[in-house]
Design a protein around this ligand. Sequence first.
Ligand SMILES: Cc1cc2nc3c(=O)[nH]c(=O)nc-3n(C[C@H](O)[C@H](O)[C@H](O)COP(=O)(O)OP(=O)(O)OC[C@H]3O[C@@H](n4cnc5c(N)ncnc54)[C@H](O)[C@@H]3O)c2cc1C
Ligand SMILES: NC(=O)c1ccc[n+]([C@@H]2O[C@H](COP(=O)([O-])OP(=O)(O)OC[C@H]3O[C@@H](n4cnc5c(N)ncnc54)[C@H](O)[C@@H]3O)[C@@H](O)[C@H]2O)c1
Length: 479
Amino acid sequence: MSSEFDYDVIVIGAGYGGFDAAKHACEKGLKTAIVEARDLGGTCVNRGCVPSKALLAASGRVREITDTDHLQNFGIQVQGVSFDRQAIADHAANLVDTVRTNLGNTLKRLGAEILMGRGRLAGSQRVTVTAADGTEKTYSARDVILATGSDPFVPPGIEIDGKTVFTSDDALKLETLPQWIAIIGSGYIGLEFSDVYTALGCEVTMIEALDRLLPTFDPDVAKVAQRSLLDGRDIETRTGVLARKITPGSPVVIELADFETKELVEVLEVDACLVATGRIPSTKNLGLETVAVEVDRRGFIPVDDGMRVLRDSKPVPHLFAVGDATGKLMLAHAAAAQGVVAIENITGHPRSVDYRSIPAATFTHPEISSVGLSEADAKALGGQEGFEVGSVRSYFKANSKALAEADADGFAKVLFRKDTGEVLGAHIFGLHAADLIQEVANAIARRQSVKELAFEVHTHPTLSEVIESAYKQAATAIA
Ligand SMILES: Cc1cc2nc3c(=O)[nH]c(=O)nc-3n(C[C@H](O)[C@H](O)[C@H](O)COP(=O)(O)OP(=O)(O)OC[C@H]3O[C@@H](n4cnc5c(N)ncnc54)[C@H](O)[C@@H]3O)c2cc1C
Ligand SMILES: NC(=O)c1ccc[n+]([C@@H]2O[C@H](COP(=O)([O-])OP(=O)(O)OC[C@H]3O[C@@H](n4cnc5c(N)ncnc54)[C@H](O)[C@@H]3O)[C@@H](O)[C@H]2O)c1
């Protein structure tokens, strides 16, 4: 026990960022407390990754066994497929319970103290916790980690009733399957839910403010993904239009305005609407003013790559922040990695987060994944540092395993330095892209060159040979 302080470390927020920080702190022998205002596990476990992947798994099965054309390739006929919406919803809810319980048990087993309530800074090295009954208690800690995560962003003019107009928080409960649903936003959440809804028989209209769909993805990957995941499923789409007013009810009324002129262009009447327009940090009322820290324009806590909170661009002693609240990469594994890095620095082992090697995946059928630099950023870096960027594509239709699965749509694009061969990034659309990206992520983490990677032997026949083929093409291109 720390004699001077109540705890060595207090973590505010028990999402993946906070959980991994607290877990690693306990493993390092630190006296640790973790404060949570809502549910252990945060967004990912309760309202994010975990339930969404459960819905995608169940609806994916429905898609598979109702895809008669695909099954025909194997000589299989299936008739009369039915599913129970509530049972699918229960599958997701039960998984959430299991994962949340496991997470709590892990923290208890490791000796972390769980303080249920809302935490806020009360000056340097002090945290006040307000419990649900209003009682307050202030604790001291040598180091404090802010891990308060994020919430759905709802643009002004959009009214949420949680029944007919909702964010992912409510959509994950799968309380209804509307006949016609509009999805606002073609990012991660919009895409994953369009996959779930179309598999379960809903008609979807997708609305995107920017002038192209899937604007956050590699443009070439986005084109192929759009063809397969949206056009191929008869999803109606609108681009360059903002959902400027949405009124819940029956029907839900959506006013669409031109993104540039802001003039009304269309009014849609649908059965339901999912608002998937990004997320904002949960950094209000955190007591940041007590340590004179200012959040940025969008509310994110400024941090360096060692996860130290910055005040006037300089680290604030004993104060760290991790996860979505920092806005670096709003992904569960990124939050977890940041939590571990914060503890390493607290325990005197200097470490920083290597964002370039953190992969991302969208769990549609098939999946989309990426790691490292976009092609535009790679070329900009090349311009600054004086190297040329190479780009190769390897297609699933040339892969025996994908052909055996009769699921050979897609490709992997690998970006590399033409001088050294160092891998700079990869963007994949295709079967199991979320698993395939890890190999490239590991290569980027080690700053490896395609010159060596091209000689690494891959199991035949596996989808991993799509990456092997890309490495070989890249090595040949610079030989
Ligand atoms: C629908 C959906 C699907 C997703 N799918 C994926 C995926 O497949 N893969 C992936 O990597 N990421 C996914 N994400 C993103 C992922 O959920 C987040 O990046 C991750 O949860 C961030 O973790 P965090 O610890 O920073 O914050 P959070 O998980 O948001 O946790 C923060 C916690 O802090 C608590 N808190 C906030 N303020 C206080 C306070 N003052 N006092 C005490 N407690 C407080 C909150 O109650 C919450 O429990 C998904 C997100 C959504 C919405
Ligand atoms: N598989 C995963 O890892 C996963 C899954 C879901 C969510 N997430 C995380 O959650 C975050 C939030 O996801 P998201 O899909 O909500 O955000 P996003 O930023 O990925 O996409 C939001 C989209 O909505 C559009 N938009 C914004 N306002 C609009 C308006 N008024 N009208 C029309 N379009 C509008 C934006 O142009 C953008 O394309 C992601 O950034 C990601 O980090 C990750």
